[in-house]
Write a protein that binds this ligand. Structure first.
Ligand SMILES: [Zn+2]
Length: 120
């Protein structure tokens, strides 16, 4: 699957939210407004985290280490072309306490030692 090919996954996940919510509602006919809201938020948080992860990976999908030197990211401090230090995973926590793990290429400036994750 291409990293930009989310259409089906996202659609399926949205269906899960709708179906899951409908089933939950049938099983909890006397739920209060707050309980309904909480059940919905839990499901939406999962969908939201997945969409966020996919969308973020899409922007990082362009592997800058394969770019010609003139198009590689440069050091924000001194302007030298960054050298790659390989991939590192970064962990984020989003709203709804969902974990997201992104793999990004880490770059280091050979001149001043500044290190960062350039956006693709
Ligand atoms: Zn530098």
């Amino acid at each position: 699957m291409k990293r930009t090919d989310f259409d089906r996954t996202w659609r399926e996940l949205s269906e899960d939210v709708i179906t899951g919510m409908k089933e939950w509602r049938l099983q909890h006919p006397k739920a209060t407004f707050a309980e309904i809201e909480r059940a919905l938020d839990e499901r939406l948080a999962r969908l939201r985290a997945r969409m966020l992860q996919d969308a973020a990976l899409a922007s990082a999908a362009g592997d800058w280490t394969a770019e010609p030197e003139a198009e590689r990211p440069v050091c924000p401090e001194c302007g030298h072309v960054l050298t790659s230090q390989g991939s590192q995973t970064r962990q984020f926590q989003t709203q709804g306490r969902q974990e997201i793990i992104l793999e990004r290429k880490y770059g280091v400036c050979p001149a001043c030692g500044t290190g960062l994750f350039p956006l693709g």
